[in-house]
Design a protein around this ligand. Structure first.
Ligand code: FAD
Length: 401
Protein backbone atom coordinates (compact mmCIF):
# COMPACT_ATOMS: atom_id res chain seq x y z
CA UNK A 1 0.00 0.00 0.00
CA UNK A 2 1.28 3.49 -0.79
CA UNK A 3 2.64 5.54 2.14
CA UNK A 4 2.47 8.99 0.58
CA UNK A 5 -0.58 11.18 1.16
CA UNK A 6 -1.81 13.38 -1.58
CA UNK A 7 -0.85 16.80 -0.21
CA UNK A 8 -4.17 18.63 -0.21
CA UNK A 9 -6.99 17.18 1.88
CA UNK A 10 -10.39 17.22 0.20
CA UNK A 11 -13.67 18.39 1.67
CA UNK A 12 -15.39 15.24 0.43
CA UNK A 13 -14.18 11.96 -1.10
CA UNK A 14 -16.77 9.98 -3.02
CA UNK A 15 -16.18 6.27 -3.56
CA UNK A 16 -17.94 5.04 -6.69
CA UNK A 17 -18.77 7.08 -9.78
CA UNK A 18 -22.05 5.44 -10.77
CA UNK A 19 -25.17 7.66 -10.89
CA UNK A 20 -25.23 8.22 -7.10
CA UNK A 21 -21.57 9.23 -6.82
CA UNK A 22 -21.49 11.31 -9.98
CA UNK A 23 -24.67 13.21 -9.01
CA UNK A 24 -23.28 13.96 -5.54
CA UNK A 25 -19.94 15.03 -7.04
CA UNK A 26 -21.55 17.43 -9.52
CA UNK A 27 -23.69 19.12 -6.87
CA UNK A 28 -20.83 19.41 -4.32
CA UNK A 29 -18.36 20.77 -6.88
CA UNK A 30 -20.90 23.27 -8.17
CA UNK A 31 -21.29 24.37 -4.55
CA UNK A 32 -17.58 25.17 -4.41
CA UNK A 33 -16.22 22.23 -2.35
CA UNK A 34 -12.99 20.33 -3.13
CA UNK A 35 -14.19 16.88 -4.18
CA UNK A 36 -12.35 13.70 -5.17
CA UNK A 37 -14.27 10.95 -6.98
CA UNK A 38 -12.76 7.45 -7.14
CA UNK A 39 -13.98 4.49 -9.19
CA UNK A 40 -12.41 1.06 -9.54
CA UNK A 41 -13.49 0.88 -13.19
CA UNK A 42 -12.53 3.07 -16.12
CA UNK A 43 -15.56 4.77 -17.71
CA UNK A 44 -17.33 4.22 -20.02
CA UNK A 45 -17.94 0.69 -18.71
CA UNK A 46 -20.70 -1.88 -19.21
CA UNK A 47 -23.05 -2.35 -16.25
CA UNK A 48 -25.64 -5.11 -15.88
CA UNK A 49 -28.83 -3.01 -15.71
CA UNK A 50 -32.14 -2.61 -17.52
CA UNK A 51 -31.37 1.08 -17.91
CA UNK A 52 -35.01 2.12 -17.44
CA UNK A 53 -35.29 5.65 -16.01
CA UNK A 54 -38.72 6.70 -14.81
CA UNK A 55 -39.67 10.02 -16.43
CA UNK A 56 -39.56 11.84 -13.07
CA UNK A 57 -35.80 11.97 -13.72
CA UNK A 58 -36.66 15.15 -15.70
CA UNK A 59 -37.23 16.86 -12.34
CA UNK A 60 -33.75 16.12 -11.00
CA UNK A 61 -31.44 16.18 -14.06
CA UNK A 62 -30.91 18.99 -16.56
CA UNK A 63 -32.11 18.34 -20.13
CA UNK A 64 -28.58 17.41 -21.33
CA UNK A 65 -29.02 13.74 -20.35
CA UNK A 66 -31.49 13.38 -23.23
CA UNK A 67 -28.43 13.19 -25.52
CA UNK A 68 -27.80 9.67 -24.18
CA UNK A 69 -31.41 8.47 -24.11
CA UNK A 70 -31.88 5.55 -26.51
CA UNK A 71 -35.70 5.43 -26.51
CA UNK A 72 -38.58 7.24 -24.83
CA UNK A 73 -41.26 4.85 -23.64
CA UNK A 74 -44.96 5.67 -23.25
CA UNK A 75 -46.50 2.27 -22.69
CA UNK A 76 -46.18 -1.04 -20.89
CA UNK A 77 -47.13 -4.34 -22.45
CA UNK A 78 -48.04 -6.58 -19.52
CA UNK A 79 -48.08 -10.35 -20.02
CA UNK A 80 -48.49 -13.35 -17.75
CA UNK A 81 -45.97 -16.09 -18.59
CA UNK A 82 -45.74 -14.84 -22.17
CA UNK A 83 -49.56 -14.89 -22.67
CA UNK A 84 -52.61 -12.60 -22.53
CA UNK A 85 -50.86 -9.47 -23.70
CA UNK A 86 -52.29 -6.21 -22.33
CA UNK A 87 -50.97 -2.85 -23.57
CA UNK A 88 -51.50 0.22 -21.37
CA UNK A 89 -50.27 3.54 -22.74
CA UNK A 90 -49.89 7.12 -21.63
CA UNK A 91 -50.00 10.24 -23.85
CA UNK A 92 -46.67 11.30 -22.29
CA UNK A 93 -43.38 9.41 -21.73
CA UNK A 94 -43.36 7.27 -18.60
CA UNK A 95 -39.70 6.24 -18.91
CA UNK A 96 -36.46 6.74 -20.83
CA UNK A 97 -34.18 3.89 -21.84
CA UNK A 98 -30.43 4.29 -21.48
CA UNK A 99 -27.34 2.10 -21.82
CA UNK A 100 -25.43 2.48 -18.60
CA UNK A 101 -22.00 2.85 -20.20
CA UNK A 102 -23.09 6.01 -22.04
CA UNK A 103 -25.39 7.34 -19.30
CA UNK A 104 -22.88 6.95 -16.46
CA UNK A 105 -20.10 8.37 -18.63
CA UNK A 106 -22.29 11.41 -19.30
CA UNK A 107 -22.84 11.93 -15.55
CA UNK A 108 -19.10 11.57 -14.84
CA UNK A 109 -18.32 14.19 -17.52
CA UNK A 110 -20.81 16.54 -15.82
CA UNK A 111 -18.93 16.08 -12.53
CA UNK A 112 -15.57 16.75 -14.21
CA UNK A 113 -16.95 19.92 -15.80
CA UNK A 114 -18.22 21.02 -12.38
CA UNK A 115 -14.67 20.70 -11.02
CA UNK A 116 -14.53 17.25 -9.35
CA UNK A 117 -11.12 15.53 -9.45
CA UNK A 118 -11.94 12.10 -10.79
CA UNK A 119 -9.64 9.08 -10.76
CA UNK A 120 -11.03 6.05 -12.52
CA UNK A 121 -9.28 2.69 -12.34
CA UNK A 122 -8.62 3.52 -8.66
CA UNK A 123 -10.33 0.90 -6.50
CA UNK A 124 -10.55 1.72 -2.81
CA UNK A 125 -9.04 -1.09 -0.74
CA UNK A 126 -9.27 0.36 2.78
CA UNK A 127 -10.74 3.29 4.66
CA UNK A 128 -10.74 4.50 8.25
CA UNK A 129 -12.12 7.47 10.14
CA UNK A 130 -10.94 9.38 13.21
CA UNK A 131 -12.24 12.54 14.93
CA UNK A 132 -10.37 14.76 12.44
CA UNK A 133 -11.47 13.14 9.20
CA UNK A 134 -11.43 10.08 6.96
CA UNK A 135 -8.56 8.33 5.22
CA UNK A 136 -9.08 6.43 1.98
CA UNK A 137 -6.52 4.07 0.46
CA UNK A 138 -6.24 2.85 -3.12
CA UNK A 139 -3.43 0.91 -4.79
CA UNK A 140 -2.21 4.26 -6.16
CA UNK A 141 -2.51 6.66 -3.23
CA UNK A 142 -3.84 7.68 0.21
CA UNK A 143 -6.27 10.54 0.52
CA UNK A 144 -7.84 12.50 3.39
CA UNK A 145 -11.13 14.38 3.61
CA UNK A 146 -13.68 15.66 6.13
CA UNK A 147 -16.48 13.42 4.83
CA UNK A 148 -16.61 10.21 2.77
CA UNK A 149 -19.62 9.33 0.62
CA UNK A 150 -20.12 5.62 -0.02
CA UNK A 151 -21.55 5.43 -3.54
CA UNK A 152 -19.90 2.10 -4.23
CA UNK A 153 -22.96 0.08 -5.13
CA UNK A 154 -24.56 -3.17 -3.98
CA UNK A 155 -21.38 -4.69 -2.50
CA UNK A 156 -20.28 -1.44 -0.83
CA UNK A 157 -16.96 -1.50 1.05
CA UNK A 158 -18.00 1.68 2.89
CA UNK A 159 -21.13 -0.09 4.19
CA UNK A 160 -19.11 -3.13 5.28
CA UNK A 161 -16.54 -1.01 7.13
CA UNK A 162 -18.77 1.55 8.85
CA UNK A 163 -22.26 -0.04 8.89
CA UNK A 164 -21.62 -3.70 9.76
CA UNK A 165 -25.20 -4.34 10.90
CA UNK A 166 -26.93 -2.89 7.85
CA UNK A 167 -29.35 -5.03 5.83
CA UNK A 168 -27.73 -7.81 3.79
CA UNK A 169 -30.83 -8.30 1.64
CA UNK A 170 -30.04 -8.34 -2.07
CA UNK A 171 -32.40 -9.58 -4.75
CA UNK A 172 -30.78 -11.70 -7.46
CA UNK A 173 -31.16 -10.59 -11.11
CA UNK A 174 -29.93 -11.69 -14.52
CA UNK A 175 -29.80 -9.75 -17.76
CA UNK A 176 -28.65 -10.14 -21.36
CA UNK A 177 -28.36 -7.57 -24.15
CA UNK A 178 -29.98 -9.18 -27.21
CA UNK A 179 -28.88 -7.63 -30.54
CA UNK A 180 -31.82 -6.32 -32.55
CA UNK A 181 -30.35 -7.09 -35.97
CA UNK A 182 -32.55 -6.91 -39.07
CA UNK A 183 -35.74 -7.89 -37.22
CA UNK A 184 -36.11 -4.50 -35.56
CA UNK A 185 -37.70 -4.04 -32.16
CA UNK A 186 -40.72 -6.27 -32.56
CA UNK A 187 -44.09 -4.72 -31.73
CA UNK A 188 -42.92 -1.23 -30.72
CA UNK A 189 -39.74 0.58 -29.78
CA UNK A 190 -41.74 2.82 -27.46
CA UNK A 191 -43.09 0.04 -25.24
CA UNK A 192 -41.52 -2.02 -22.49
CA UNK A 193 -42.63 -5.56 -21.76
CA UNK A 194 -43.25 -6.70 -18.17
CA UNK A 195 -44.09 -10.36 -17.47
CA UNK A 196 -45.54 -10.57 -13.96
CA UNK A 197 -45.60 -14.39 -14.00
CA UNK A 198 -42.08 -14.93 -15.30
CA UNK A 199 -40.28 -15.12 -11.96
CA UNK A 200 -41.09 -16.10 -8.38
CA UNK A 201 -41.70 -12.91 -6.39
CA UNK A 202 -40.43 -10.80 -9.25
CA UNK A 203 -40.84 -10.18 -12.96
CA UNK A 204 -39.26 -10.48 -16.37
CA UNK A 205 -38.61 -7.45 -18.57
CA UNK A 206 -37.72 -6.49 -22.12
CA UNK A 207 -36.50 -2.92 -22.47
CA UNK A 208 -35.92 -1.55 -26.01
CA UNK A 209 -32.62 0.19 -26.80
CA UNK A 210 -31.27 1.46 -30.12
CA UNK A 211 -29.23 -1.63 -31.01
CA UNK A 212 -30.43 -4.23 -28.52
CA UNK A 213 -33.18 -5.41 -26.23
CA UNK A 214 -32.23 -5.54 -22.54
CA UNK A 215 -33.84 -8.79 -21.43
CA UNK A 216 -33.82 -9.85 -17.79
CA UNK A 217 -35.45 -11.40 -14.75
CA UNK A 218 -35.28 -10.43 -11.08
CA UNK A 219 -36.67 -12.15 -7.98
CA UNK A 220 -37.28 -10.00 -4.91
CA UNK A 221 -36.48 -12.63 -2.33
CA UNK A 222 -33.45 -13.63 -0.38
CA UNK A 223 -32.43 -16.74 -2.28
CA UNK A 224 -33.10 -18.03 -5.73
CA UNK A 225 -31.85 -21.48 -6.56
CA UNK A 226 -32.78 -21.58 -10.21
CA UNK A 227 -32.73 -18.04 -11.59
CA UNK A 228 -30.89 -19.17 -14.73
CA UNK A 229 -33.69 -21.67 -15.46
CA UNK A 230 -36.22 -18.86 -14.85
CA UNK A 231 -34.34 -16.63 -17.31
CA UNK A 232 -34.22 -19.41 -19.94
CA UNK A 233 -37.97 -20.03 -19.56
CA UNK A 234 -38.70 -16.31 -19.85
CA UNK A 235 -36.76 -15.93 -23.12
CA UNK A 236 -38.41 -19.08 -24.50
CA UNK A 237 -41.89 -17.67 -23.71
CA UNK A 238 -41.21 -14.10 -24.89
CA UNK A 239 -42.43 -13.62 -28.48
CA UNK A 240 -40.14 -10.61 -29.01
CA UNK A 241 -37.07 -12.72 -28.29
CA UNK A 242 -37.96 -16.01 -30.01
CA UNK A 243 -35.57 -16.68 -32.90
CA UNK A 244 -32.99 -14.17 -31.71
CA UNK A 245 -29.57 -15.12 -30.38
CA UNK A 246 -29.55 -14.48 -26.64
CA UNK A 247 -26.05 -13.94 -25.21
CA UNK A 248 -25.28 -15.54 -21.84
CA UNK A 249 -26.87 -13.31 -19.15
CA UNK A 250 -24.82 -11.46 -16.56
CA UNK A 251 -25.84 -11.43 -12.89
CA UNK A 252 -25.80 -8.67 -10.33
CA UNK A 253 -27.61 -8.23 -7.00
CA UNK A 254 -30.28 -5.57 -6.53
CA UNK A 255 -30.09 -4.21 -2.95
CA UNK A 256 -33.81 -3.62 -2.59
CA UNK A 257 -34.97 -1.43 0.30
CA UNK A 258 -36.19 -3.60 3.19
CA UNK A 259 -37.96 -2.60 6.38
CA UNK A 260 -35.75 -2.49 9.45
CA UNK A 261 -36.23 -6.06 10.65
CA UNK A 262 -34.75 -9.09 8.90
CA UNK A 263 -35.47 -12.71 9.84
CA UNK A 264 -36.64 -11.50 13.25
CA UNK A 265 -33.39 -9.57 13.83
CA UNK A 266 -33.15 -5.79 14.14
CA UNK A 267 -30.90 -4.37 11.43
CA UNK A 268 -29.13 -1.02 11.33
CA UNK A 269 -31.21 1.31 9.16
CA UNK A 270 -28.99 4.40 9.50
CA UNK A 271 -27.51 6.10 6.45
CA UNK A 272 -24.71 7.95 8.28
CA UNK A 273 -22.01 6.81 10.68
CA UNK A 274 -19.57 9.40 12.00
CA UNK A 275 -18.13 11.08 8.90
CA UNK A 276 -19.41 8.43 6.47
CA UNK A 277 -22.63 8.57 4.48
CA UNK A 278 -24.25 6.04 2.15
CA UNK A 279 -26.12 6.87 -1.06
CA UNK A 280 -27.72 4.87 -3.89
CA UNK A 281 -27.31 1.08 -3.94
CA UNK A 282 -24.76 1.23 -1.11
CA UNK A 283 -27.65 2.55 1.04
CA UNK A 284 -30.16 -0.01 -0.37
CA UNK A 285 -32.20 2.83 -1.87
CA UNK A 286 -33.88 0.67 -4.50
CA UNK A 287 -37.65 0.61 -4.96
CA UNK A 288 -39.03 -2.73 -3.67
CA UNK A 289 -41.77 -2.89 -6.33
CA UNK A 290 -39.85 -2.64 -9.63
CA UNK A 291 -36.22 -2.67 -8.49
CA UNK A 292 -35.82 0.87 -9.81
CA UNK A 293 -32.57 2.26 -8.41
CA UNK A 294 -31.10 4.82 -10.83
CA UNK A 295 -33.52 7.63 -9.97
CA UNK A 296 -33.03 7.06 -6.23
CA UNK A 297 -29.25 6.83 -6.64
CA UNK A 298 -29.18 10.23 -8.34
CA UNK A 299 -31.65 11.81 -5.96
CA UNK A 300 -29.95 10.47 -2.80
CA UNK A 301 -26.57 11.68 -4.11
CA UNK A 302 -28.05 15.13 -4.63
CA UNK A 303 -29.77 15.16 -1.21
CA UNK A 304 -26.49 14.22 0.51
CA UNK A 305 -24.67 16.98 -1.39
CA UNK A 306 -27.30 19.62 -0.58
CA UNK A 307 -27.18 18.72 3.12
CA UNK A 308 -23.36 18.90 3.20
CA UNK A 309 -23.40 22.27 1.42
CA UNK A 310 -26.06 23.67 3.74
CA UNK A 311 -24.09 22.76 6.89
CA UNK A 312 -20.47 23.31 5.92
CA UNK A 313 -18.05 22.84 8.80
CA UNK A 314 -20.48 20.76 10.87
CA UNK A 315 -20.55 17.22 9.58
CA UNK A 316 -22.95 16.05 12.35
CA UNK A 317 -25.58 18.59 11.30
CA UNK A 318 -24.96 17.95 7.61
CA UNK A 319 -25.36 14.21 7.79
CA UNK A 320 -28.38 14.41 10.10
CA UNK A 321 -29.97 16.76 7.54
CA UNK A 322 -29.34 14.14 4.84
CA UNK A 323 -31.14 11.44 6.85
CA UNK A 324 -34.03 13.81 7.46
CA UNK A 325 -34.27 14.52 3.72
CA UNK A 326 -34.45 10.78 2.96
CA UNK A 327 -37.18 10.37 5.59
CA UNK A 328 -39.11 13.18 3.94
CA UNK A 329 -38.63 12.51 0.27
CA UNK A 330 -37.77 8.87 -0.45
CA UNK A 331 -38.58 6.48 2.38
CA UNK A 332 -42.35 7.18 2.63
CA UNK A 333 -42.78 5.98 -0.97
CA UNK A 334 -40.70 2.86 -0.27
CA UNK A 335 -42.97 1.97 2.67
CA UNK A 336 -45.90 2.04 0.23
CA UNK A 337 -44.22 0.19 -2.66
CA UNK A 338 -42.93 -2.48 -0.24
CA UNK A 339 -46.55 -3.20 0.74
CA UNK A 340 -47.66 -3.26 -2.91
CA UNK A 341 -44.79 -5.62 -3.81
CA UNK A 342 -45.76 -8.04 -1.02
CA UNK A 343 -49.29 -8.42 -2.40
CA UNK A 344 -48.49 -8.34 -6.12
CA UNK A 345 -45.64 -10.85 -5.99
CA UNK A 346 -47.53 -13.18 -3.62
CA UNK A 347 -50.54 -13.33 -6.00
CA UNK A 348 -49.19 -12.51 -9.49
CA UNK A 349 -52.04 -14.13 -11.44
CA UNK A 350 -54.66 -12.20 -9.47
CA UNK A 351 -52.57 -9.04 -9.84
CA UNK A 352 -52.50 -9.55 -13.61
CA UNK A 353 -56.30 -9.97 -13.73
CA UNK A 354 -56.71 -6.77 -11.73
CA UNK A 355 -54.36 -4.92 -14.10
CA UNK A 356 -56.60 -5.87 -17.01
CA UNK A 357 -59.74 -4.81 -15.21
CA UNK A 358 -58.48 -1.61 -13.61
CA UNK A 359 -56.32 -0.02 -16.27
CA UNK A 360 -57.14 3.43 -14.87
CA UNK A 361 -55.31 2.46 -11.67
CA UNK A 362 -52.25 1.61 -13.77
CA UNK A 363 -52.61 5.00 -15.49
CA UNK A 364 -52.56 6.57 -12.03
CA UNK A 365 -49.31 4.75 -11.25
CA UNK A 366 -47.85 6.09 -14.50
CA UNK A 367 -48.34 9.54 -12.94
CA UNK A 368 -46.10 8.46 -10.05
CA UNK A 369 -43.44 7.41 -12.58
CA UNK A 370 -43.89 10.74 -14.35
CA UNK A 371 -43.36 12.61 -11.07
CA UNK A 372 -46.88 14.12 -11.07
CA UNK A 373 -47.80 12.31 -7.84
CA UNK A 374 -46.19 10.04 -5.25
CA UNK A 375 -46.75 6.41 -4.28
CA UNK A 376 -48.15 7.72 -0.99
CA UNK A 377 -50.78 9.76 -2.84
CA UNK A 378 -51.50 6.88 -5.22
CA UNK A 379 -52.23 4.16 -2.64
CA UNK A 380 -55.39 5.48 -0.92
CA UNK A 381 -57.05 6.17 -4.27
CA UNK A 382 -56.08 2.74 -5.66
CA UNK A 383 -57.33 1.00 -2.50
CA UNK A 384 -60.67 2.81 -2.71
CA UNK A 385 -61.02 1.91 -6.38
CA UNK A 386 -60.16 -1.76 -5.81
CA UNK A 387 -62.37 -2.04 -2.72
CA UNK A 388 -65.31 -0.64 -4.64
CA UNK A 389 -64.70 -3.13 -7.41
CA UNK A 390 -64.47 -6.09 -5.06
CA UNK A 391 -67.97 -5.06 -3.97
CA UNK A 392 -68.98 -4.86 -7.66
CA UNK A 393 -67.60 -8.34 -8.27
CA UNK A 394 -69.54 -9.74 -5.33
CA UNK A 395 -72.75 -8.06 -6.46
CA UNK A 396 -72.22 -9.33 -10.00
CA UNK A 397 -71.67 -12.83 -8.67
CA UNK A 398 -74.96 -12.57 -6.72
CA UNK A 399 -76.77 -11.28 -9.88
CA UNK A 400 -77.82 -8.18 -8.00
CA UNK A 401 -76.56 -5.83 -10.72
C1 FAD B 1 -30.19 -6.77 -13.68
C2 FAD B 1 -30.47 -5.39 -13.13
C3 FAD B 1 -31.37 -4.57 -13.79
C4 FAD B 1 -31.64 -3.28 -13.29
N1 FAD B 1 -32.50 -2.49 -14.00
C5 FAD B 1 -32.76 -1.24 -13.54
C6 FAD B 1 -33.60 -0.37 -14.30
O1 FAD B 1 -34.08 -0.71 -15.39
N2 FAD B 1 -33.86 0.87 -13.80
C7 FAD B 1 -33.33 1.28 -12.60
O2 FAD B 1 -33.61 2.41 -12.19
N3 FAD B 1 -32.51 0.48 -11.89
C8 FAD B 1 -32.19 -0.76 -12.33
N4 FAD B 1 -31.33 -1.55 -11.63
C9 FAD B 1 -30.70 -1.01 -10.41
C10 FAD B 1 -29.57 -0.04 -10.78
O3 FAD B 1 -28.64 -0.71 -11.60
C11 FAD B 1 -28.88 0.47 -9.52
O4 FAD B 1 -29.85 0.84 -8.57
C12 FAD B 1 -27.98 1.69 -9.82
O5 FAD B 1 -26.92 1.30 -10.64
C13 FAD B 1 -27.44 2.29 -8.52
O6 FAD B 1 -26.48 3.29 -8.79
P1 FAD B 1 -25.27 3.54 -7.80
O7 FAD B 1 -24.54 4.71 -8.32
O8 FAD B 1 -25.75 3.56 -6.40
O9 FAD B 1 -24.37 2.23 -7.89
P2 FAD B 1 -23.61 1.62 -9.15
O10 FAD B 1 -24.25 2.02 -10.41
O11 FAD B 1 -23.46 0.16 -8.87
O12 FAD B 1 -22.19 2.32 -9.11
C14 FAD B 1 -21.26 1.99 -8.12
C15 FAD B 1 -19.87 2.36 -8.63
O13 FAD B 1 -18.94 2.13 -7.57
C16 FAD B 1 -17.76 1.58 -8.10
N5 FAD B 1 -17.09 0.84 -7.02
C17 FAD B 1 -17.53 -0.26 -6.36
N6 FAD B 1 -16.63 -0.62 -5.42
C18 FAD B 1 -15.61 0.29 -5.47
C19 FAD B 1 -14.39 0.45 -4.74
N7 FAD B 1 -14.04 -0.39 -3.77
N8 FAD B 1 -13.59 1.49 -5.05
C20 FAD B 1 -13.95 2.37 -6.04
N9 FAD B 1 -15.08 2.25 -6.77
C21 FAD B 1 -15.90 1.22 -6.48
C22 FAD B 1 -18.25 0.68 -9.23
O14 FAD B 1 -17.23 0.47 -10.18
C23 FAD B 1 -19.42 1.51 -9.80
O15 FAD B 1 -19.02 2.34 -10.86
C24 FAD B 1 -31.02 -2.83 -12.10
C25 FAD B 1 -30.10 -3.65 -11.45
C26 FAD B 1 -29.83 -4.92 -11.95
C27 FAD B 1 -28.83 -5.79 -11.24
Amino acid sequence: MPDAYELTPYDVIIIGMGPAGAAAATALSRGGLAVLGLDKDVHPRYKVCGGGLSARIDQVLGPGFQSVVEQSVNGVQFVYRGQDSLLIESPRPIAYMVMRDRFDHYLVQEAIQAGTHIRTGHGVVELTQDPQGVEVVTAQGRYRASIVIGADGANSLVARRFFPRRSQYRAPALESEVPIGDRGHGPAATTILVDVGAARQGYGWIFPKKACLSVGVGEFRRKSRSLRATFDRFVTDACDVIGRTVPRPGGHPIPVYAESEECGQEVDSRFVSGRAVLVGDAAHLVDPLFGEGIYYAIRSGQLAAHAILAHQGDHHEALAAYEAALEREILPDFHVTAKMAKVIYAFPRLAFKLLRRYQDVVQDYFEVLQGCSTAQQFLPHAKKRLKASVNDLLLEALHLR
